[in-house]
Design a protein. Structure first.
Length: 614
């Protein structure tokens, strides 16, 4: 019989280097990490705060963060709630806003599911003025809007129209009519063309954002993110496409045609794919969520988007990053046009009328004061050519994160820009359909074209597996807020103490929020200058960071016995996802130990399981 001696070394990479000089085999296995920071423990700790929902409500899906007031407003089934950002369990307020009994009855008679559909699901929560929010709900298939006063207590006031609201509505809101509309203004409501699948084809709206185009507010554009069925002929089978749509803020519709309809609406496909075997790309088409990371230049935020696959054979999720420059280039490129014997989609090569559809009317630039002044040929062209021919490809042409062989999918994303000793890092918090949150940092390996993603933590944030459907991040509170069908949770952005007390452990964690301050792993503040502070996000190399030998701290030693000519799984759960594990092989009666292999934990590694045949 043979004894296999294996060691699970937690975080102490240099210990290993002292022990022997052997070939370090960095072999990330292709699955995810689950062992991380003891997911079940998280719920019991003081770090996570949960609100387990009202007995008569659910669907805590619409969030509005108000850092100034220190409140989180949440739209749910028949209720608007307001939570204290410091602690969501501190002084929760609520107003109930169910549909009237007659609406509920109508809904029931129309054959709808009373429990699931005949309620007022709050879908829109917008800041309106210093004292009021503008709130809309489904109202059991009769959308209702109101002003909600946010003072010491919440109050509902019937709405009258002022200000502007851009919204995309889907079947769950208005029945079969899909529209992107603007209402609440001094002007007549404007919407998309009705019953025209070229404009919208069974869309699901994700989000809407105002992004300035220049320093002139006349050029301001509204960008919409949604997914919809591919237009007939675009794809052989029924497929979903992720889309970005654009509109001018100062679009008031056409004069003779497209009256009270958008005249500047254009859409383009968002691609997020990876090259597959046999040359066919694997597409992540089901756009789930979008986060805009603002930069110093408000015209050019970075767009983070979460996708899943629509395939029922292949389950996967991805995060892709887009630049506004690429998006604008596509909207200035060729329009999609149907032509030829097979009536296929081709780039439009004819003369595009002036001003080019999609351009905002601007006195200074093109001399048109309003979309109502646009020539007829512009309106006619705009009506029949809402789609661009070229798609928008992600930065570096590929996703920054892909997760495939796992039993969950991504649902939500928020990103925090963190100042670390060696630069700025974007830390992503990704929610899943299993009630977990992944904290991931993307680190340039040399250039921006070569990013390494590092999974810092994976936490369970709801008591039962449930999809995370809303996420907001407060930089002021350094907290993350999460919504689901069953409730609301709150967790800190960082918990540096979990990385332990050693300098090397802190550095190997590669968490940009944390640095070793001479005695412990603590929150890193760029302003506080400390000689002893250590952090190395880029390399996570304790050899360059540690000036004291920590000995064999964190070393876990396990022994396993094996039988000749059989195979054994060598496995252990390290304290950190950045841990290093290695095994030594020792024959019975021999002193000599032989290194089998060692595995550096990477974001792709689940358990460093190595099977050896003795
Ligand atoms: C739901 O319950 C809360 C108290 O738990 C109550 O304040 C609220 O009015 C109820 N809502 C409805 C619609 O009955
Ligand atoms: C905010 O709007 C509401 C609804 O129109 C109005 O009653 C209220 O006076 C406004 N508050 C301020 C401070 O303008
Ligand atoms: C193990 O396999 C080797 C080579 O196949 C063979 O020579 C040896 O007898 C086997 N040992 C046992 C205990 O079966």
């Amino acid at each position: 019989d043979i004894e296999i001696h294996y060691k699970c070394v937690s975080l102490s990479i240099w210990v290993l280097m002292f022990l022997s000089a052997f070939e370090v085999c960095r072999r990330p296995t292709k699955s995810n990490i689950l062992c991380s920071l003891f997911p079940t423990e998280m719920l019991e700790s003081n770090n996570l705060l949960t609100f387990n929902g009202l007995a008569n409500s659910s669907a805590y899906h619409s969030f509005l963060l108000d850092e100034e007031r220190g409140r989180l407003f949440v739209g749910a089934k028949d209720h608007v709630l307001s939570f204290n950002l410091v602690d969501i369990n501190l002084d929760m307020q609520l107003i109930s806003w169910p549909p009237s009994p007659s609406r509920r009855d109508e809904c029931k008679w129309a054959g709808k599911d009373v429990q699931k559909e005949c309620s007022n699901f709050i879908k829109v929560l917008q800041p309106f003025n210093q004292t009021h929010l503008y709130v809309c709900g489904t109202g059991a298939f009769h959308p209702v809007c109101a002003y909600v006063e946010v003072g010491k207590r919440l109050e509902v006031h019937p709405s009258h129209i002022n200000g502007e609201l851009y919204a995309g509505t889907s079947a769950d809101f208005m029945g079969r009519d899909f529209a992107i509309f603007r209402t609440l203004g001094k002007h007549h409501p404007i919407r998309t063309e009705q019953h025209d699948s070229r404009w919208l084809n069974d869309p699901r709206f994700i989000s809407v954002h105002l992004i300035p185009e220049s320093d002139n507010p006349e050029d301001d554009k509204i960008y919409l993110f949604f997914r919809e069925n591919a237009i007939d002929g675009e794809q052989i089978s029924k497929a979903t496409h992720a889309r970005i749509g654009q509109l001018c803020k100062n679009d008031f519709g056409g004069h003779r045609s497209l009256v009270n309809k958008w005249t500047t609406f254009l859409k383009a496909r968002l691609i997020c794919s990876v090259p597959g075997l046999n040359g066919i790309d694997t597409h992540f088409d089901e756009l789930q969520d979008v986060f805009l990371m603002s930069s110093k230049d408000p015209k050019n935020p970075i767009i983070y988007a979460v996708f899943t696959t629509s395939s029922n054979i292949f389950k996967g999720s991805a995060v892709c990053m887009y630049s506004m420059a690429d998006i604008r280039r596509v909207f200035l490129g060729p329009f999609a046009h149907r032509d030829g014997p097979n009536y296929q989609w081709v780039p439009f090569l004819g003369r595009v009328p002036y001003p080019r559809p999609g351009t905002c009317p601007s006195k200074t630039f093109d001399g048109f004061e309003s979309t109502k002044d646009f020539p007829d040929d512009v309106i006619t062209f705009a009506r029949s050519h809402p789609a661009m021919y070229n798609p928008v490809f992600p930065i570096n042409n590929r996703p920054i994160i892909i997760k495939t062989d796992v039993d969950y999918q991504f649902t939500q994303i928020v990103v925090d820009r963190v100042e670390a000793e060696d630069g700025q890092y974007d830390v992503m918090f990704i929610g899943t359909d299993m009630g977990t949150v992944l904290k991931v940092v993307s680190i340039p390996r040399g250039t921006w074209h070569d990013l390494e993603e590092v999974l810092l933590e994976e936490m369970t944030v709801f008591r039962e597996p449930t999809a995370i459907t809303a996420m907001e991040l407060s930089t002021k509170q350094q907290q993350l807020y999460l919504g689901s069908t069953i409730g609301v949770s709150q967790m800190p952005l960082h918990r540096c103490d979990v990385y332990g007390k050693a300098c090397a452990e802190c550095c190997l964690a590669r968490d940009p929020y944390c640095a070793w301050d001479g005695s412990q792993c603590s929150r890193y503040f760029p302003t506080a200058k400390r000689r002893t502070r250590r952090q190395d996000i880029r390399n996570g190399d304790p050899l360059t960071q540690s000036d004291e030998a920590d000995g064999e701290r964190g070393l876990l030693d396990k022994t396993m016995y094996g039988v000749e000519n059989s195979s054994s799984f060598l496995e252990c759960s390290p304290k950190s996802q950045r841990a290093l594990i290695y095994w030594q092989f020792q024959r019975h009666g021999e002193d000599r130990k032989q290194e089998v292999c060692s595995v550096m934990y990477t974001v792709e590694a689940k358990r460093p399981v190595i099977s050896i045949t003795i």
